[in-house]
Design a protein around this ligand. Structure first.
Ligand SMILES: [Zn+2]
Ligand SMILES: [Zn+2]
Length: 147
């Protein structure tokens, strides 16, 4: 659980919207709140269903577009490298992921040595490395019982 971090809260959301001149609408509040509560890195379709429970009239397109807008202003991360459809993460602090190859769940974890992982020399020479994100893959605790 990483709910305590400062960069994932309604205050942070309001602050960032103001900063980017993005109107704080009831729809946007609900979409962000639902993603904040979702610890499973949902895709737009999954999140749409959760938002629809609260705002029945909302369309998939609105939820999808809103998520992309959120990612543009930096309050939501698109989880890269997991194929389609895109998965979204309200946790924008650097952290690492474990992905289950069976049920496709993505679980957050922190591990200091991965934050400081060595960057190969030629990469270091050519690029500026800002983030180090490690992806572990395998079977989650629920799925390993069935393996
Ligand atoms: Zn699993
Ligand atoms: Zn994550």
């Amino acid at each position: 659980m990483r709910l305590d971090i400062k960069n994932a809260s309604m205050d942070f959301f309001r602050e960032k919207c103001k900063e980017n001149n993005l109107k704080i609408t009831p729809q946007r509040i609900v979409i962000y709140k639902k993603l904040l509560e979702s610890k499973d890195h949902p895709n737009a379709e999954v999140l749409f269903k959760r938002v629809k429970n609260i705002i029945p009239a909302i369309s998939f397109d609105t939820v999808n577009r809103t998520l992309l807008t959120f990612s543009k202003i930096g309050i939501v991360n698109i989880v890269e490298g997991y194929g389609e459809p895109r998965r979204f993460d309200s946790d924008i602090e650097n952290h690492h992921h474990f992905r289950c190859l069976n049920c496709d769940s993505i679980i957050d974890f922190d591990f200091q040595p991965y934050d400081d992982i060595l960057v190969p020399g030629d990469i270091k020479k050519r690029f500026i490395v800002l983030n180090r994100k490690v992806l572990l893959e395998g079977y989650c605790d629920r799925c390993r019982k069935n393996k």
